[in-house]
Write a protein of this length. Structure first.
Lengths: 329, 265
C-alpha cells in the first residue's frame, strides 16, 4: 500500500503531498479530512499542550529544553572540501541540523545590462532524508523560501547593487566572458534554524572556493571571441570578509531566541532573519510568520541580532579554523 | 535455532552480527541495535496520533501503532461502568491528538499491533515536561519504570520503547481535578514550571541524551549519577552536551566498569 502511494505522486494535484510513510496503520486519509490536514501541517512529530507549555515556560524563564539560554547557539561544527568536484564546499552542523553548500564556477557570458559583472545564482534543495514530507514535491515551498531569503541577503537588489559578493571580481573579459557561480545548498537533516546554517555553510564554502586562473588571448580570427585558457594549477581565493551571516531571531511569547530547534519553531509567533556583515552593517532582512510586529520590536530585534552576530562570527571563525587544521593534517 | 541463525552443513551459523543468546535449547542472535520488541507488561510512553471509534491510536517506537481502547482507560468520574455513546464522543476530553500518554502493554492483536491499557492511577496523560527519544535497546526491562525523584521533585519515566519522559512531578489524584488543571494551563504565566525544577529537568534530560549518544544502557542510577557529576564539576547545563563532559562521563563509566571487574576477580 505504502509504496503504491509514492508512485501516485505525479498524477495527484500538486497541493496534496504524499502521505507520510511512517503511518503504517491507516490508509491515506481522504483529502480535506482532519487527518489529512494534520498530516500536511505536521513538519515533524506533533507536540502535546503540556509540552508546548513547557517550551514556552522555558523560553520565558531563559532556560530552554536543552539547557541553553535564549541567545545561545548550539555547538557548531564545520567541514570543508567535502565535495572534491566542486570548486568549494562545506558542511555545517548545528546540533541536529546539517546542511551542505557547494560552489561551482563555470565560464559564461555576462548580461548586456551589466557587462562588467559576473553572475551568481543560489538554489537550495531539501533532501527527503531530512523529513518524510520533503519527498517528491513536498519541499518546494520551503526550498523556494530559503533560496529567496539567501538571495536577498547575499545578492542584493535587482540591479546588483549592495551584493555581498563582489560581482566585478568575477569578470574575465569585460563584456565577453565572466565566471558564473552556482551556489547550491542541500538540507540533509532539519532541526530548526535552516537559514542560519545555510548562510554559514555558504560563507565557509566561499572561503574554500578556488577559482582557476585564466589566461586570455584575444584572437582576431575567432570573431572577437577571446580564447580562454583555464589553468589547472593556480587558483584564486575569494575574499569572504564581506560575506554576511544570517541571524534568525524567533519570537515566542514576549522573548526572542536564537537558533531555535524545530520544536521551538513550532511555537513561534514570528521570526525575523537579519543578515549582518562583519562590520556590523545590515545586508538583508526577512520576516516570517503570521503575527504582526510592532516597529519598535523590530528595531529591538535588529539590535539584538547585531550583538549576537559578533559572537556568531567568532564561533564560525573558530569552527572554520578547526576544520582547516583537520584538513591540513 | 532462532532468529538470526541458519543451518549450514549441519552447523548453526549466525546470519546477523550480534550477541548470541541461549534460552534452554533455543539459540538466537540478538543484534545490537534491535528494534523495540514489545512484551506483555511493558511500560511504554506513546503519543496519540489518531482518535478512532472507541480507541486511541498511539505512536510508539515500533513498526506499527499501538491501540488504547476506551474500555481500557479509567473514565473521568472514576465509576466503573459501561462506556456509552456519550463517552465515545467525549474521548477528546481525556486524550487529544499529540498528547503524551503512559500506558502498559496488555497484549497483542492478531495483526501484531499492540493493545494497551492505562487503568491504574499512575498511567495517563503526561504534561509539564519533555519527551526524549533514545534507541529502544538502551532501556532494559526492570522492576520499576516510574521514578519519582524526590530530591528534584521530578518524574522520570523510562519507557521500554525508548521514549523517556522527564517532567514535573504530578501528584497522583482523582482525574476529576484534571479539568481545573486544563484551565490553569491556559492562565499561563503564573503556572510555568518553577525555575529550580526546570533546571533539574533540563539536567536530567541532557544526562539522558548524553548517555544515549554514548550508547550506555539507561538506568535511573546512571542518569542521576551523571546529573550529579555535572553539578559537582560545575558544568553548565547546556555544556553537558559538549565534548569535555562527554569525555569525562565516558571515562568515569570506564573506570567504574574497571573497578567492577577488579572486584569480581
Amino acid at each position: 500500500l505504502i509504496s503504491g502511494d509514492l508512485n501516485l505522486d505525479s498524477t495527484l494535484p500538486s497541493k496534496l503531498p504524499p502521505p507520510p510513510v511512517f503511518r503504517s496503520s491507516a490508509a491515506p486519509p481522504p483529502q480535506g479530512s482532519p487527518a489529512s490536514r494534520r498530516a500536511r501541517d505536521d513538519t515533524m512529530v506533533g507536540l502535546s499542550e503540556g509540552e508546548k507549555h513547557f517550551i514556552r515556560g522555558g523560553i520565558a524563564q531563559d532556560l530552554r529544553a536543552d539547557g541553553r539560554r535564549r541567545l545561545q547557539f548550539r555547538a557548531l561544527t564545520v567541514e570543508t572540501g567535502i565535495i572534491p568536484q566542486a570548486n568549494g564546499s562545506a558542511r555545517v552542523r548545528m546540533g541536529a541540523t546539517e546542511v551542505i553548500a557547494s560552489v561551482k564556477a563555470e565560464l559564461g557570458k555576462p548580461t548586456i545590462l551589466h557587462p562588467d559583472k559576473g553572475k551568481v545564482s543560489i538554489y537550495v534543495d531539501c533532501s527527503p532524508t531530512a523529513a518524510p514530507m520533503f519527498e517528491g514535491r513536498g519541499s518546494e515551498e520551503l526550498s523556494a523560501e530559503l533560496s529567496v531569503g539567501l538571495q536577498r541577503c547575499l545578492l542584493g537588489g535587482k540591479s546588483g547593487a549592495g551584493a555581498a559578493i563582489d560581482l566585478s571580481s568575477l569578470i574575465v573579459v569585460e563584456g565577453k566572458a565572466c565566471w558564473d557561480l552556482y551556489i547550491d545548498g542541500l538540507v540533509v537533516s532539519s532541526d530548526g534554524n535552516l537559514l542560519d546554517a545555510l548562510a554559514a555553510a555558504i560563507k565557509v564554502a566561499l572561503s574554500d572556493t578556488g577559482i582557476p586562473k585564466v589566461n586570455v588571448s584575444l584572437n582576431n580570427e575567432t570573431d572577437g571571441e577571446p580564447e580562454v585558457d583555464i589553468s589547472d594549477e593556480e587558483f584564486l581565493q575569494f575574499d569572504t570578509s564581506g560575506v554576511p551571516v544570517i541571524i534568525t531571531l524567533t519570537k515566542v511569547g514576549k522573548h526572542y531566541i536564537v537558533d531555535a530547534t524545530s520544536e521551538e519553531e513550532s511555537q513561534m509567533s514570528s521570526a525575523v532573519s537579519v543578515s549582518v556583515n562583519s562590520h556590523g552593517q545590515i545586508c538583508g532582512l526577512t520576516k516570517r510568520g503570521g503575527a504582526g510586529l510592532d516597529p519598535s520590536v523590530i528595531f529591538d530585534m535588529i539590535s539584538v541580532a547585531k550583538n549576537v552576530s559578533q559572537r556568531f562570527y567568532t564561533l564560525l571563525e573558530s569552527a572554520f579554523a578547526a576544520a582547516e587544521a583537520v584538513a591540513d593534517e | 535455532r532462532g532468529h538470526g541463525t541458519t543451518d549450514q552443513d549441519g552447523e548453526v551459523v549466525a546470519t546477523l552480527c550480534g550477541v548470541v543468546e541461549r534460552v534452554n535449547k533455543l539459540v538466537y542472535v540478538r543484534t545490537l541495535r534491535a528494534r523495540y520488541k514489545p512484551e506483555v507488561g511493558d511500560i511504554i510512553v506513546g503519543r496519540v496520533i489518531e482518535i478512532a471509534p472507541k480507541r486511541w491510536r498511539l505512536e510508539i517506537n515500533f513498526s506499527q501503532d499501538a491501540v488504547l481502547m476506551l474500555s481500557s482507560m479509567n473514565l473521568p468520574d472514576g465509576i466503573q461502568r459501561r462506556r456509552t455513546a456519550v463517552d465515545e464522543l467525549n474521548m477528546r476530553s481525556i486524550f487529544e491528538e499529540n498528547d503524551v500518554v503512559c500506558a502498559e502493554v496488555r497484549g497483542f492483536q492478531h495483526d501484531g499491533s499492540l493493545h494497551l491499557q492505562a487503568r491504574s492511577q499512575k498511567y495517563g496523560k503526561l504534561q509539564r515536561g519533555q519527551l526524549l527519544t533514545v534507541p529502544a535497546y538502551l532501556v532494559k526491562r526492570r522492576k520499576l519504570h516510574f521514578h519519582h525523584l524526590e530530591q528534584y521533585d521530578v518524574d522520570l519515566i523510562l519507557g521500554c520503547n525508548g521514549f523517556i519522559w522527564v517532567g514535573e512531578h504530578v501528584v497522583v489524584r482523582e482525574i476529576a481535578d484534571l479539568k481545573e488543571d486544563e484551565q490553569k494551563l491556559s492562565a499561563e504565566a503564573e503556572t510555568f514550571t518553577p525555575i529550580e525544577t526546570r533546571r533539574h529537568i533540563c539536567r536530567l534530560a541532557n544526562a539522558a541524551r548524553l548517555l544515549s549518544a554514548l550508547g550506555f544502557t539507561l538506568t535511573v542510577e546512571l542518569i542521576i549519577q551523571t546529573a550529579e557529576a555535572s553539578v559537582s564539576s560545575n558544568v553548565e547545563i547546556n555544556d553537558m552536551l559538549g565534548a569535555e563532559f562527554y569525555v569525562q562521563t565516558a571515562e568515569g563509566e570506564a573506570k567504574r566498569r574497571g573497578d567492577l571487574l577488579g572486584k569480581k576477580r
